[in-house]
Write a protein that binds this ligand. Structure first.
Ligand code: PXG
Length: 459
């Protein structure tokens, strides 16, 4: 590897000179220098100073089978030698996307049987947006094109992704969103439930916000509702179990399509192949990416339900949309090998019956009682730790998000990679974590919380 001829300092200097990073304040980064991750194995990442860090984020919500999987490297190598690339346009196909599409149809909810490939979650959501609006045009209702989304949602960073998403900071920089997308409240009980309101009732009230938005726009104008089953980048916001079935009932009542963004929740994280199955719903589209290849290759798959697919096939003519790398043979080969690993090792079942419940219990017993922690929550192997100044009043430290960064920095220094989103500490580990890994993570997090408490009360 040629990078080994460079010192850490040199790599950081070159990084600062030439590399614009995503979601980054470049002046700030250049002042401190980037953390350079050089290799990884199993649940651990290693940086250029040799530190071993337990990766609580599975890369960026994606490395579900962990690092260092020979099978995936071999699948890519074999496919690259045989056929590194050919397109899926002009009535052509290659073997691996064909087989992957079938495999995805088999594990998806039963009403979902078609697949459109891309290279990223953002691209897949762009496809989804175009597809649902095209669907209603084909059905003779072109005015039915409004999309209802949620505040604080994350659906990617392209123009369509940002427009669908509900992140204020992103909208402010956009200079004009895709028209006719509105955002309603998110189902986050800890902050938004009324005093004395049960979780169940709060879930129904949050779903009612979707109904209100449909009625306000007029049902004849609403194409679809889009949501992450569990909001990820927005801070692992887990809805009450009453929410999704009620949203689905409302969508069906007003003939509004249901679009689920499972870029984070797909492929086992919630203890089912898809969170749609965890919440018992049958969406019209499911956006997936990330863990489809465990991040070893860039690949997304928009899973398309029978209702939309039937219209597209029967009446759609040429759908003038697609990407050069749609159905990339190497990425699809890696995805097939990745699904083999998940299946062979029973990782989805393990999250559901073993590590998921153990993770919830460990967070509750070992972390929730800490004076800095307002609440812990988890579903399968995704979780959050809410940082507060005052447990009883839920008062936060000022400025917003600053305390979580202090916790995160101590966590990383103590060998634990996790993410700070606002005042939430986020965990989304590889599905290979065992009970022992969860225990070790809790040790490191507890220590980081203690050190952060000292710092925060000093200031
Ligand atoms: N939808 C959801 C629900 C996502 O979480 C995307 C779409 C976009 O996927 P691509 O592959 O285009 O990035 C995502 C991506 C974070 C963070 O800070 C989260 C994502 C991406 C970058 C950062 O938690 N999620």
């Amino acid at each position: 590897m040629t990078y080994q001829n460079y010192s850490l300092k040199q790599l950081q200097q070159i990084d600062a000179l030439y590399h614009l990073h995503p979601f980054t304040d470049h002046k700030e980064l250049r002042a401190v220098g980037s953390r350079i991750i050089t290799h990884a194995e199993g649940p651990y990442i290693y940086d250029s100073e040799g530190a071993e860090i337990l990766d609580g984020m599975a890369g960026l919500w994606c490395v579900n089978v962990g690092y260092g999987r020979e099978e995936l490297a071999e699948a890519a190598y074999k496919q690259m030698k045989e056929l590194p690339y050919y397109n899926s346009f002009f009535k052509c196909s290659t073997p691996t996307p064909v087989l992957l599409a079938k495999r995805l149809a088999e594990i998806a909810p039963k009403n979902v049987n078609q697949v459109f490939f891309g290279s990223s979650g953002s691209e897949a959501n762009d496809t989804a947006l175009r597809l649902v609006r095209y669907y209603w045009t084909l059905e003779g209702k072109p005015e039915k094109n409004r999309i209802i989304s949620r505040k604080n949602a994350y659906h990617g960073s392209t123009v369509a992704g940002t427009s669908l998403g509900g992140m204020d900071a992103m909208h402010k920089q956009l200079g004009g969103a895709v028209p006719n997308i509105v955002h309603v409240m998110m189902p986050y009980a800890y902050e938004l439930a009324l005093p004395g309101e049960s979780d169940h009732d709060f879930g129904l009230r949050a779903a009612k916000a979707v109904e209100d938005a449909i009625l306000e726009a007029g049902t004849e104008n609403v194409a679809a509702f889009i949501g992450e089953p569990i909001m990820g980048a927005g801070g692992v916001k887990i809805p009450p179990m009453s929410y999704w079935p009620e949203v689905q009932r409302i969508c069906r009542k007003y003939d509004v399509l249901l679009m689920l963004d499972e870029v984070i929740t797909g492929y086992g994280r919630t203890g089912e192949w898809f969170a749609a199955q965890s919440f018992g719903i049958e969406p019209d589209t499911i956006t997936t990416a990330k863990a489809l290849t465990s991040g070893y290759q860039p690949l997304s798959a928009l899973l398309v339900g029978d209702r939309i697919a039937a219209t597209l096939v029967e009446k759609g003519g040429e759908f003038a949309h697609g990407y050069t790398y749609a159905g990339h043979p190497v990425a699809c080969a890696v995805a097939l090998a990745n699904l083999d690993i998940i299946e062979k090792e029973g990782l989805v079942e393990r999250v559901k019956t073993d590590t998921g419940p153990y993770f919830a219990k460990a967070l509750q017993e070992r972390i929730a009682g800490h004076p800095l922690v307002g609440e812990v929550r988890s579903f399968g192997l995704m979780g959050a730790i809410e940082i507060v100044k005052n447990k009883a009043t839920k008062e936060r430290f000022a400025p917003a998000g600053s305390a979580a960064v202090v916790v995160r920095d101590h966590a990383i220094a103590n060998g634990m990679m996790l993410r700070a989103t606002g005042d939430s500490m986020i965990l989304s580990p590889p599905l290979i974590w065992t009970r022992a890994t969860i225990d070790s993570a809790c040790d490191r997090i507890a220590k980081a919380l203690d050190l952060a408490a000292k710092d925060l009360h000093k200031t």
